[in-house]
Design a protein around this ligand. Structure first.
Ligand code: B12
Ligand code: SF4
Ligand code: SF4
Length: 393
């Protein structure tokens, strides 16, 4: 039997800059099953098919690695540096996406950690490493490993350092002698007390109940996971967020200390200057006409997840929401040149809204464009043009 003391595990992890570690067994996350099923039943998974899989699949870690005897859970803090005021013509990016792609970064770090463990043990481990890439309730897992508690915004939170961290894990055949009994934080709630800041300040009222987020209303879902066209409500909902959203965390008192100190990411790869950074230049994004250009710009960052069409859609909407009239020319180019109907549709809407809010291109020009696109080969674009045309007259 391969055995190790939790303290030794922590020492070895520390050598890889992995400082927040807890462990748990492979028994199913039974207490998380009910909330998950309710969440699914209410349609809060929106169009994320992978979140509508049978709840039992998401709560039974043993299925992912039948030989495993333990789970090592790790929290890795990302960048908590000062958020700068939004520059004109830019869109906000959620902190988790400022640096390099955490899936790859964490996989590499955790694999190196496992190699060090193997070296120490003098034997190979049967193992799998993950972060946000498997059907497994990672918050429930990390909570049971004693790493935090559940906030009303549904984030896993740690008392001293807040919630700006990734969860990742190693499932392996290692048996771990725990330092102390688990500190009983699992799915524990109530630490928020009477605070309701996250709920009050979420711009789309996506935190529909304590501990429960309706993904279909969440800006993070809309900007990253949602494919295709937005409806009118969704377009306004985005505000100035072009990728992800941090509001329910930035207002949380448990994050105030780390934000005030502007604490660095645990790993340099996750820092602002290692990736796409805090804000995206909407004009540059709007110019990415091909998948190859998109990959060249965002390869190796979490932004890839939105895909070219999604990111351009988001940028057009943010340009209109932030009244960035000087981007009208770039938007008009999206309308005349972009191969994606979704992009053309949102370009029409952006031009219409910029004209309404700041008389950007002139009523006559706008009307001509709308009339022209009433005959667009795509039905989404032609319907949008007809609808907006009705609103102009
Ligand atoms: C789907 C998903 C989303 C969806 C849905 C989010 C949601 N809240 O459900 C969307 C796209 C909206 C999203 C957004 C974000 N996500 Co996300 N997401 C996931 C994913 C893949 C699954 C989450 C899930 O299972 N949701 C279903 C609900 C039911 O489960 P849960 O959120 O874990 O909720 C638990 C508790 O709240 C509790 N619970 C739920 N209801 C109730 C009710 C009661 C009464 C009680 C007592 C308890 C309780 O039980 C649940 C199980 O433990 C995980 C990775 C993973 N494999 O787990 C990442 C993950 C949760 N996301 C993460 C991050 C970073 C984000 C964002 C911050 C990104 C951003 N800045 O834009 C936002 C935060 C939005 C928010 N407030 O949650 C991190 C969170 C780390 C942390 N500290 O908690 C994770 C763990 C990824 C990772 N490996 O690091 N995400
Ligand atoms: S991430 Fe933004 S939209 Fe989603 S629940 Fe939090 S504040 Fe609301
Ligand atoms: S903002 Fe308040 S209610 Fe929301 S998670 Fe933080 S402490 Fe809890």
């Amino acid at each position: 039997v391969l055995q190790i003391r939790e303290q030794k595990l922590k020492e070895i992890a520390y050598g890889h800059s992995l400082s927040i570690l807890g462990t748990t067994d492979l028994s199913p996350f039974l207490d998380a099953e009910k909330p998950l099923k309710e969440w699914q039943k209410k349609g809060f998974a929106a169009e994320m098919a992978y979140m509508n899989r049978p709840a039992e699949l998401l709560t039974h870690p043993q299925e992912l690695c039948p030989e495993a005897r333990s789970i090592i859970a790790l929290c890795v803090n990302y960048d908590r540096g000062k958020r700068l005021p939004l520059k004109s013509g830019y869109g906000q990016v959620a902190r988790y996406a400022w640096g390099r792609d955490y899936h790859k970064v964490l996989r590499r770090r955790l694999s190196a950690f496992v190699s060090s463990l193997e070296e120490f043990l003098g034997e190979r481990l049967i193992h799998r490493v993950f972060s946000d890439s498997v059907p497994l309730l990672e918050r429930a897992m990390a909570a049971r490993a004693g790493l935090g508690f559940t906030g009303k915004n549904s984030m896993l939170i740690r008392y001293n350092t807040g919630s700006f961290f990734f969860i990742s894990e190693v499932l392996s055949n290692l048996q771990i002698e725990k330092d102390k009994t688990p500190d009983g934080l699992q799915l524990q709630t109530g630490q928020c007390g009477s605070c309701t800041r996250c709920q009050d300040q979420c711009p789309t009222s996506a935190i529909v109940e304590d501990y429960r987020v309706d993904a279909g209303r969440c800006i993070s879902y809309l900007t990253i996971e949602k494919r295709g066209a937005f409806d009118e409500w969704e377009r306004h909902a985005l505000g100035e967020w072009v990728f992800g959203c941090d509001i329910c965390q930035e207002v949380c008192p448990f994050n105030h200390k780390t934000l005030k100190l502007g604490e660095e990411a645990d790993l340099p790869e996750l820092a602002e200057n290692a990736g796409a950074g805090q804000q995206l230049d909407l004009q540059s994004v709007m110019r990415l006409r091909t998948h190859e250009q998109f990959v060249k710009t965002f390869s190796g960052t979490p932004i890839m997840r939105a895909r070219r069409e999604g990111l351009l859609r988001n940028s057009l909407v943010v340009a209109a929401n932030t009244k960035s009239a000087h981007l009208s020319r770039g938007i008009a180019l999206c309308l005349s040149e972009d191969p994606s109907a979704v992009v053309r549709q949102h370009a029409l809407w952006a031009l219409f809204n910029l004209e309404s809010s700041c008389n950007s291109i002139g009523k006559g020009v706008l009307k001509n464009l709308l009339e022209k696109h009433r005959g667009d080969s795509d039905s989404g674009v032609s319907r949008e043009a007809a609808y907006l045309l009705e609103k102009t007259t």
